[in-house]
Design a protein around this ligand. Structure first.
Ligand SMILES: *[C@@H]1O[C@H](CO)[C@@H](O)[C@H](O)[C@H]1NC(C)=O
Ligand SMILES: *[C@@H]1O[C@H](CO)[C@@H](O)[C@H](O)[C@H]1NC(C)=O
Ligand SMILES: *[C@@H]1O[C@H](CO)[C@@H](O)[C@H](O)[C@H]1NC(C)=O
Ligand SMILES: *[C@@H]1O[C@H](CO)[C@@H](O)[C@H](O)[C@H]1NC(C)=O
Ligand SMILES: *[C@@H]1O[C@H](CO)[C@@H](O)[C@H](O)[C@H]1NC(C)=O
Ligand SMILES: *[C@@H]1O[C@H](CO)[C@@H](O)[C@H](O)[C@H]1NC(C)=O
Ligand SMILES: *[C@@H]1O[C@H](CO)[C@@H](O)[C@H](O)[C@H]1NC(C)=O
Length: 460
C-alpha cells in the first residue's frame, strides 16, 4: 500500500516535470514563396486544423504575427540573411530590429524562437560566416534589454555543415567552419540553453544514392533493415536518426554533449519533375506520418545516441510553393495545395491511427518518354538568352528551327526554345545535363511534336 502511494507520487512528480518540457508535437513551416497562397488569417486556421503545435515563418511578416495572436501556437520568426552582417556590427540596429519586428506582437503572439538567418553556411559566402555568431550575441543582448527572456536565439543549418556523417559516430563538422563558426556558436547555444536548429532531409540523401540507400529505410518503413554503427554498436532503423546522430557526435567531438537539436525543417516532396524518382504522395504521406508518430510517441524515443530525448520539430512545409527555384521537388513539399485542400491526410498531434486514413495512391515513378519545354509564364527575354545558350551546345542542336527547316514555323521564341531545350536535354542528360535553364524549363510527358517537326525526347 505504502509502496503504491510512493510510486503514484513519484509518477505524478515525473509527469509534472515532463509536462513543463518542450513538446514533441511538430509544428509546420509556413513558407510564402507562392503567388497563389491563402491569406495569413486563412493560413493560420489551416495550420490549426492540421493540429500543429507551432509555426515557423521565414521573416517577421506583421500580418502573420497579428493573425497568430491568441492562437496558442508557438511561433518562430527569422531575421533575413542580408541583415546579419550589419546586425553583427551594430547593437542599435539589432535593438531596432527586435523593437519593430518582435516587441509589438509580444506576448499576445507566443514568439518563442528568433532565428538569425536561414542556412547561412549554405547560402552565403564565407564573408558572412564570421558575422553569424556575433549577430546572435547582439540579438540576445537586445532581447535581454527588452526583458524578453523566453525567446530563444538560434540559426538553422543544413547537413552540409558536416565533413563526415557516416557512420554517425564519425560525424565531424567541416574544417572550414568547425573552429571559426560552429564552436563559438555551440558556446553561445550552451550558455543560453538554446537549441541547435537543423534541417534534416533524408529525401535528399536517399535521392543522391537510391541504389545503396533503401527507400523504406528513408521513410521509416523498414522493420528488418538496420544499420549498425561499428564504433558504438548503436543500431539504426531509419535514415533520419542516422543523420541527426551524426550531428550529435560532431558536437560531442567539439566538447558539447548537452545541446539539444531542434528540427527546423524536415519533410518529403509529394511530387517533382518527371525524372525525380521517389517524389510522390505515397512516400510524402508515409514519411511525414511516420515522423509524427515517432516524435509524438510517449514516452519519447529519441535517437540511438540520445535515447528518450524529445525531438522538437517543424515539418516543411505548409503549402506547395510555386515560386521556389530549383528542381520540381522544391515546389512540392506542401501538406496542402495552394487552394488549402490537403495533398494527403495528416494529423500532427499524432492521435489519428494510420488505419484511420484513406488509402493513398500507389507510389509510381513516371516511365516513358519526356520532353523539356519552356515553362508557363517564363520571362521571354531570359528565354531568348537560354535559347541561344542551348543552341550553342552540342551538335546541330537547333538545326530544325532554322529558316526552311520543319520546326521554324510558327516563328516564336517560346516554340524555338522549347525545341532547343528538348534537343539539349536529349543530348546531354546522360552526362548530367538538366532540364532547368534557371527555372525557365519544365519536363512534360506529352509529345509537343507537330507535322514534320519532331522534338527529341529522353526515355525515363
Ligand atoms: C547603426 O544602426 C543605426 C540604426 O539603423 C544607424 O542609425 C547607425 O548609423 C548605425 N551605425 C553605424 C556605425 O553604421
Ligand atoms: C573564402 O572563400 C574563397 C573563395 O571560395 C577562398 O578563396 C577563401 O580562402 C575563403 N576564405 C576563408 C577565410 O576561408
Ligand atoms: C555548458 O554550459 C554549462 C552551464 O550551463 C557549463 O557548466 C558547461 O561547462 C558548458 N559546456 C561547455 C563545453 O562549455
Ligand atoms: C524485409 O521485409 C520485406 C517485406 O517483408 C522483404 O521483402 C525484404 O526482402 C526484407 N529485407 C531484408 C533485408 O530482410
Ligand atoms: C485544390 O487543388 C488541387 C491541386 O491542384 C486539386 O486537385 C483540387 O481539386 C483542388 N481542390 C479544390 C477544392 O478546389
Ligand atoms: C527578364 O529577364 C531579363 C534577362 O534575364 C532581365 O533583365 C529582366 O529583369 C527580367 N524581367 C523580369 C520581369 O523579371
Ligand atoms: C559531335 O559530333 C562529333 C562527330 O560526329 C563527335 O565526335 C562529338 O563527340 C559530338 N559532340 C557531342 C557533344 O555530341
Amino acid at each position: 500500500m505504502v509502496m503504491a502511494v510512493v510510486s503514484l507520487f513519484l509518477f505524478s512528480f515525473l509527469f509534472t516535470l515532463s509536462s513543463g518540457e518542450i513538446s514533441g508535437q511538430p509544428g509546420v513551416n509556413y513558407g510564402q514563396l507562392g503567388n497563389n497562397l491563402p491569406t495569413p488569417k486563412t493560413s493560420i486556421s489551416l495550420i490549426k486544423n492540421l493540429k500543429a503545435k507551432r509555426v515557423k515563418i521565414y521573416d517577421a511578416n506583421p500580418q502573420i504575427l497579428k493573425a497568430l495572436e491568441n492562437t496558442g501556437l508557438q511561433v518562430s520568426i527569422m531575421i533575413p540573411n542580408q541583415l546579419i552582417t550589419d546586425i553583427s556590427l551594430n547593437q542599435t540596429l539589432s535593438n531596432q530590429w527586435v523593437q519593430s519586428n518582435l516587441v509589438p506582437f509580444y506576448p499576445k503572439t507566443l514568439i518563442r524562437y528568433l532565428l538569425v538567418g536561414n542556412e547561412l553556411i549554405s547560402s552565403t559566402t564565407n564573408q558572412t560566416w564570421p558575422h553569424i555568431v556575433p549577430a546572435m550575441h547582439r540579438i540576445k543582448n537586445s532581447l535581454t534589454n527588452f526583458g524578453l527572456h523566453k525567446v530563444k536565439v538560434g540559426t538553422p543549418l543544413a547537413m552540409d555543415i558536416l565533413q563526415t556523417s557516416f557512420p554517425p559516430s564519425n560525424g565531424i563538422f567541416r574544417n572550414d567552419i568547425a573552429f571559426t563558426v560552429i564552436k563559438p556558436m555551440l558556446e553561445f547555444l550552451n550558455i543560453t540553453n538554446s537549441f541547435f536548429f537543423l534541417d534534416v532531409y533524408p529525401f535528399f540523401s536517399w535521392a543522391s544514392d537510391p541504389i545503396n540507400i533503401n527507400l523504406n529505410y528513408a521513410i521509416f518503413e523498414s522493420d528488418n533493415i538496420t544499420v549498425t554503427d561499428p564504433n558504438t554498436g548503436l543500431v539504426y532503423t531509419n535514415l533520419f536518426d542516422q543523420m541527426v546522430d551524426a550531428v550529435y557526435f560532431a558536437m560531442e567531438r567539439l566538447g558539447f554533449s548537452d545541446i539539444r537539436i531542434f528540427i527546423a525543417e524536415t519533410g518529403w516532396p509529394n511530387g517533382g519533375d518527371l525524372d525525380q524518382i521517389g517524389a510522390n504522395i505515397y512516400n510524402a504521406a508515409t514519411y511525414n506520418r511516420n515522423f509524427v508518430k515517432k516524435v509524438t510517441k510517449k514516452p519519447s524515443v529519441g535517437t540511438p545516441a540520445r535515447p528518450g530525448s524529445i525531438i522538437p520539430s517543424f515539418i516543411f512545409s505548409l503549402y506547395n510553393e510555386n515560386l521556389k527555384p530549383g528542381l520540381g521537388t522544391e515546389r512540392h513539399f506542401g501538406l496542402l495545395y495552394p487552394n488549402g485542400s490537403s495533398v494527403y491526410e495528416i494529423d500532427l498531434s499524432g492521435k489519428t491511427l494510420a488505419s484511420e486514413f484513406k488509402p493513398l495512391p500507389p507510389p509510381e515513378n513516371y516511365k516513358g518518354k519526356a520532353w523539356c519545354v519552356v515553362a508557363e509564364g517564363a520571362n521571354e527575354t531570359a528565354v531568348a538568352e537560354a535559347l541561344s545558350y542551348a543552341c550553342s551546345q552540342g551538335n546541330r542542336t537547333c538545326d530544325p528551327v532554322q529558316p526552311g527547316k520543319p520546326c521554324f514555323e510558327p516563328v516564336s521564341v517560346i516554340g524555338h526554345a522549347s525545341y532547343a531545350f528538348s534537343s539539349y536535354w536529349a543530348q546531354f542528360r546522360n552526362v548530367g545535363g538538366t532540364c532547368q535553364f534557371n527555372g525557365l524549363a519544365i519536363q512534360i510527358a506529352k509529345d509537343p511534336s507537330y507535322g514534320s517537326c519532331k522534338y527529341p525526347s529522353v526515355t525515363l
